[in-house]
Design a protein around this ligand. Structure first.
Ligand SMILES: Cc1cc2nc3c(=O)[nH]c(=O)nc-3n(C[C@H](O)[C@H](O)[C@H](O)COP(=O)(O)OP(=O)(O)OC[C@H]3O[C@@H](n4cnc5c(N)ncnc54)[C@H](O)[C@@H]3O)c2cc1C
Length: 361
């Protein structure tokens, strides 16, 4: 089969993911213009070949068999800065590195994303699971985004409300999965705004300080906290070969939470969630179910610094990782009656496996 665009063939994908796992892409293209994104998708559609949109590969579990269609790596660059009232509208190409954008904004004294420093991946990946950390979520500052709508074959502008953001969820990973390709995101940041110090670890770090910390100080503390948990990608650190948190923090009703505490025989961590709901800590459940930090199972294990990160200790396959994930889920469910849902996107797997891990979601 030949393509008018410059599709590469049989491209190894493991090295394009932070887990370092997965087989090859049958076809692959690096899309550095909106036109290439659109043409590549039209081409694939005409030939009835599946498409996968790849950002920074930091939230993926790629199957050992790889992906049988076209992987389009989003390489759209460009930043635009537009003064707006007391703030700044920052437009960023979907292929821009997210962490670099955070640094540039903090350097310009723009508040709103300082706590999201150190999250790997691309700008285009941020709205997909509404990335969040240390008290901020990207949905707090996204005003709109530009996307290619595969259903209508047109480029559209979506407002924040259109995106249906909730915890680790958006239109893009729920009701309209695979429909949109994010091309550009606009964030509204506050010039000279105060940093968000809502999270307990951040509050603790600045305890006793009389003057308000600067955005740069908050960013730096967030990075230190992340580095301590191997949640900051650091070359050579084996605990970093992960997809970040492998399981979402479970959200449940009060009754379910009470049942969980009864099963645990002790108080469980609880955080605010949507009205009438409680969020608890997946890491706490996993530890109490008998998986300490550093737990190993052949070439995979838990990070020695963060219970929620499943790591490839070297030479692991997706099957190895899934075996560990299954064992953790089974023991957590057996002990607490809570089903853990994975956070990373599973790519190239059959429907049975997807429904095993996500079916009840
Ligand atoms: C060490 C580590 C720490 C992390 N910490 C956090 C954290 O604190 N908080 C948090 O929320 N996440 C965290 N993550 C997860 C991850 O970094 C984020 O989810 C990130 O936004 C994923 O972006 P990406 O570009 O790497 O997406 P990818 O992994 O490439 O893709 C993820 C999903 O997004 C889709 N996608 C990517 N780009 C586009 C686009 N332009 N248009 C449409 N769909 C697209 C893909 O198709 C896929 O479905 C962490 C990951 C690691 C490895």
């Amino acid at each position: 089969m030949s393509f008018p665009l410059n599709f590469l063939e049989h491209i190894e994908l493991a090295s394009l993911t932070t887990l370092g796992i997965g087989g090859p892409a049958r076809y692959f293209i690096n899309a550095d213009s909106e036109n290439t994104v659109v043409e590549a998708i039209r081409d694939a559609r005409d030939r009835n070949i599946p498409v996968f949109i790849l950002g920074g590969g930091s939230n993926l579990l790629m199957a050992d068999a790889g992906f049988p269609g076209v992987v389009i790596k989003i390489g759209l660059a460009g930043l635009e800065w537009e003064e707006s009232g007391g703030g700044m509208l920052v437009g960023a190409g979907a292929g821009e590195d997210w962490d670099r954008l955070v640094r540039l904004c903090v350097e310009r004294d723009l508040a709103g994303i300082e706590c999201l420093s150190g999250i790997p991946g691309s700008v285009g990946g941020t709205p997909v699971q509404n990335v969040g950390a240390y008290g901020q979520e990207v949905s707090d500052v996204i005003v709109s985004l530009r996307a290619y709508d595969r259903e209508t074959d047109s480029i559209v502008e979506l407002s924040r409300d259109d995106c249906s953001f909730t915890y680790r969820t958006s239109l893009f990973n729920s009701t309209a999965k695979n429909r949109y390709v994010v091309l550009n995101v606009t964030y509204a940041l506050t010039k000279g705004g105060e940093p968000a110090i809502r999270y307990a670890e951040l509050k603790q770090a600045f305890e006793g300080r009389l003057e308000t910390p600067s955005l740069a100080e908050v960013r730096s503390v967030v990075r230190q906290i992340r580095a301590g948990k191997a949640m900051l990608l650091t070359p050579g650190d084996p605990d970093c070969r992960s997809a970040g948190s492998f399981f979402k923090n479970p959200i449940m009703t009060e009754d379910q939470f009470n049942a969980l505490e009864a099963a645990a025989g002790e108080r469980a961590p609880r955080y605010p969630a949507a009205p009438g709901k409680v969020k608890t800590a997946a890491a706490w459940l996993i530890e109490r179910a008998g998986f300490p930090k550093g737990y190993a199972m052949g070439p995979v294990g838990l990070s020695s610094r963060h219970t929620l990160a499943l790591v490839n200790k070297g030479g692991a396959t997706a099957d190895d990782l899934l075996r560990l994930a299954r064992e953790i889920r089974a023991r957590v469910e057996g002990r607490f009656g809570v089903k853990l849902v994975p956070e990373p996107v599973f790519v190239g797997f059959g429907e049975d496996l997807i429904s095993e891990f996500f079916g009840y979601n």
